[in-house]
Design a binder for this molecule. Structure first.
Ligand SMILES: Cc1ncc(COP(=O)(O)O)c(C=O)c1O
Length: 516
């Protein structure tokens, strides 16, 4: 057994005194319990690189003071009866513990943060939780086959460190995918494989941010980004969004250390940033020296029209860092995503990733590389895109069926929509509570993992509805129940009848436009 003793050859204390002092502290601190055998003096001397005599002198002193017992031919043990001062120290330590004053309470840690609400444990029967792929859609057969095949040839690749930026085959496959899909033409050297967008956000913050620097961010914004920047003690400058995406005119004239933006499908409102605004945004970033962090979390699901090129694809000045993830298209449990950085940041991003965790696990990378390169990923996307489009249509049709004309945003892309509640419906928080009483999960900005900085037009009257993980039957019943919940709140006496009646009294025509 080795014990944690570290000697400082430059210390003015003798080696023997250092060994004595450190073992005594281990005993007093309870890390070496009464009865624990100590390493033989020869073994400890070997571990510490000192003479055996030095260790024996330290052991002798500890034994003389009652900390150790030396039994001939058996070995050296921590005493069962420790000296009086040791017992006092132990009593003090346990008293402190019982008052909750352990070390962690006395030494404040530097980190101070809130966690985003991505884990949903509400377990409601009809849950329109956001951004969750259909669990049935996971390509299990292909994945199993690729894992087995990859393991056969794994060899040293599982036992050695790999390039911290990620497996070259995967980075190449991602580069090949991004050109046609997002208009981003880069080589694998500009790509770093990360554990989802969240690690991408952390890495970019590590590259670009220090305490007190300013971060421009959408309002409302994705909590995972807002809370992260907050934890860096950045100064957040929220910029409103409207139905053309980020309001570029409201960006701070002096620029910022970075701007976080979700142009394809604004989180949470679902708006798409118009091409005209994209170009003005890039211009602003170039002139103010701001880096743009483009979170393209769910753009694989575009249902209508051709996709607008990603900001990074339009950028000619190296201002944009692009983040992609497989959390939405395959599954969040994989923790697999990627950063695409401008050439001049590639070295720094690779180093930051190496310092963070020496690179992403190899096996999933190899499997994903094969899945992409062999065409499996494109086939998978085609299949689920079709099924999600049908679910989205089913959701909007049923909202109209029960609530008349409705205003919704975000239907062109992604896995959720935002429902803008008409004036005669309850406010979002109240509607969420009513629906939950009827077994249905619907989400306000706050409960739907968004950060509302205030002064935002959607705070009280937007409901977020994810549709990708529910089948059409569940979607129909879920919306029917929301309508019944609204009826029940309005007409408590006649509420029971409405669940079996698909056309409750809320049906009527409203003047709003339908954004679809
Ligand atoms: C806008 C946005 N970005 C990023 C993420 C998280 O992605 P990842 O699982 O890759 O960390 C989410 C998850 O819901 C999201 O909504």
């Amino acid at each position: 057994m080795e014990i944690p003793v570290l000697l400082d050859p430059k210390s003015r204390q003798s080696l023997q005194a250092q060994i004595y002092e450190q073992i005594r502290k281990l005993i007093l601190g309870g890390r070496l319990k009464p009865g624990t055998p100590l390493p033989a003096s020869r073994a400890l001397a070997g571990q510490l690189g000192v003479s055996r005599n030095t260790v024996m002198l330290a052991y002798d002193r500890l034994a003389a003071e009652g900390y150790l017992q030396m039994r001939e031919a058996i070995g050296t043990y921590v005493s069962f009866e420790l000296p009086e001062d040791c017992l006092t120290a132990k009593r003090l330590a346990s008293a402190a513990e019982s008052h909750g004053q352990d070390c962690s309470a006395r030494r404040p840690i530097a980190f101070d943060g809130r966690a985003q609400a991505v884990v949903n444990d509400r377990r409601l029967a009809y849950d329109f939780w956001l951004g969750r792929p259909d669990p049935q859609s996971f390509p299990i057969k292909a994945w199993r086959r690729l894992i087995n095949r990859t393991l056969v040839t794994a060899g040293t690749r599982l036992t050695e460190y790999r390039d911290p930026a990620g497996l070259i085959d995967l980075r190449q496959a991602i580069a090949d995918h991004l050109g046609p899909a997002r208009g981003i033409n880069v080589g694998p050297d500009q790509i770093v494989i990360v554990a989802g967008c969240q690690e991408g956000l952390n890495l970019t913050a590590r590259l670009l941010l220090r305490e007190g620097m300013s971060v421009a961010i959408e309002n409302p914004a994705y909590q995972g980004a807002a809370f992260l920047y907050e934890s860096y003690r950045a100064r957040l400058a929220p910029v409103c969004v409207d139905d053309s995406g980020l309001c570029v005119d409201e960006l701070p004239a002096e620029g910022a250390a970075l701007l976080y933006v979700t142009p394809s499908h604004q989180y949470p409102m679902g708006f798409t940033l118009s091409l005209e605004r994209r170009l003005r945004l890039l211009d602003w970033a170039w002139h103010t020296g701001t880096y743009i962090v483009e979170d393209d979390y769910d753009s694989d699901f575009r249902y209508r029209g051709s996709p607008i090129a990603a900001l990074m694809g339009l950028d000619s000045h190296g201002c944009v860092i692009y983040m992609g993830t497989f959390s939405k298209s395959i599954g969040a449990g994989l923790r697999l995503g990627y950063l695409v950085v401008p050439k001049h940041l590639a070295g720094a991003a690779r180093t930051a990733k190496a310092l963070l965790d020496n690179g992403h696990p190899w096996l999933e990378q190899a499997v994903m590389a094969e899945f992409l390169a062999g065409g499996g990923y494109d086939n998978h996307l085609r299949r689920i895109r079709q099924s999600y489009a049908e679910r989205r249509d089913c959701l909007v049709d049923n909202l109209e069926r029960h609530f008349g004309e409705v205003t919704v945003s975000g239907t062109e892309c992604g896995m959720h929509i935002a429902w803008h509640l008409a004036e005669d419906l309850p406010r979002a928080a109240e509607l969420q509570a009513l629906a939950a009483e009827h077994g249905v999960g619907i989400y306000t900005l706050q409960s739907g993992a968004a950060c509302d900085f205030g002064g935002c037009a959607y705070s009280e009257r937007a409901i977020m509805l994810g549709f990708s993980s529910l089948n059409e039957r569940q979607i129909r019943s879920g919306v029917e129940r929301i309508a019944a919940a609204v009826d029940a709140a309005r007409h408590p006496a006649g509420a029971a009848a409405n669940l079996s009646n698909p056309l409750p009294a809320t049906q009527r025509t409203r003047p709003e436009l339908i954004h679809r």
